[in-house]
Design a protein around this ligand. Structure first.
Ligand code: NAD
Length: 250
């Protein structure tokens, strides 16, 4: 069965009012990210880092999904078991949009993790103040469930498995709202038989020629176009096997 992998970054949530890291007006304009989002920073000043993520979590409470999150949820609903959603984002907008089984490569703001036993649990939009106890083992080493710089990202294993599957099934990859500085998305596109890239503008880190379709516009306006391409790709199964790449629309 053909299938689709959606892979998103901070840009997909920008229209919902969540700052990206690197765009003008993004979080890096306000913070030196290595001071707050790294394993070293956390060792140096645990309280400061917990508070940084408390602020991000509080900001998330009233944010709502936009047309791009809803589009992924719609395609998932229309084609059960054929659409995998993977995101670098730590927000909960895919869940709010109704997406199922989203893989959060860099963790989730609305969860806490025990550093001792590895237990992960929902905390919603509550602050972590550093005195919490793990509900499973009782240890007091409770932290945000977010992968910071220089930390391991165990969910990457599932990303690489999904790319292998994409290759084996001649699937489609849709990349939305990522600068390609953290993940080599152009390499990933080579695993797919058909691929779509949506960003605001071309990115220095992405050789976009490997993508079948390039959409340089807001994810909200690209969403109906991506939905159309995804439906056509998945529907082509019913019409029998198809060779080669679909036509480009960029
Ligand atoms: P990035 O900030 O490096 O790049 C943002 C990308 O999104 C750019 O390519 C830009 O062109 C594009 N973009 C901006 N607005 C857009 C829009 N309206 N529509 C479509 N594209 C748009 O983001 P990154 O590549 O995801 O890397 C940053 C890291 O920080 C990731 O790990 C990410 O998860 C994390 N982060 C997450 C959030 C979140 O959870 N919402 C927010 C900030 C950063």
């Amino acid at each position: 069965m053909r299938h689709i992998v959606f892979l998103s970054g901070a840009g997909i949530s920008a229209e919902s009012g969540i700052s990206t890291f690197r765009d003008a007006g993004g979080l890096w304009d306000t913070y030196n990210v290595m001071d707050v989002c790294s394993a070293e920073a956390f060792r140096r000043n645990r309280q400061f880092v917990l508070e940084f993520y408390n602020k991000r979590r509080r900001e998330l409470a009233d944010k709502t999904p936009n047309a791009a999150h809803r589009m992924v949820a719609d395609i998932q609903r229309e084609f059960p078991d054929r659409v995998l959603n993977i995101t670098q984002n730590i927000d909960d907008l895919f869940e709010k949009a109704g997406c199922e089984g989203t893989i959060h490569l860099h963790g989730e703001l609305t969860k806490a993790r025990c550093e001792v036993c590895g237990n992960i649990w929902d905390i919603g939009y509550a602050d972590l103040v550093g005195t919490e106890l793990c509900p499973r083992c009782g240890a007091s080493r409770v932290r945000h469930h977010v992968v910071m710089f220089n930390e391991q990202a165990p969910e990457y294993m599932r990303l690489y498995e999904s790319l292998d599957e994409l290759h084996a099934n001649r699937g489609m990859l849709v990349v939305i709202g990522t600068s390609g500085l953290v993940l080599p998305v152009e390499e990933f596109a080579r695993y797919a038989s058909y691929s779509v890239l949506n960003n605001l503008e071309p990115q220095a880190a992405i050789d976009d020629r490997v993508f079948s379709v390039r959409l340089y516009e807001k994810a909200g306006t690209a969403a109906p176009k991506i939905a159309e391409l995804a439906r056509r790709f998945l529907d082509s199964d019913q019409r029998g096997p198809r060779d080669g790449r679909a036509e480009t629309a960029s």
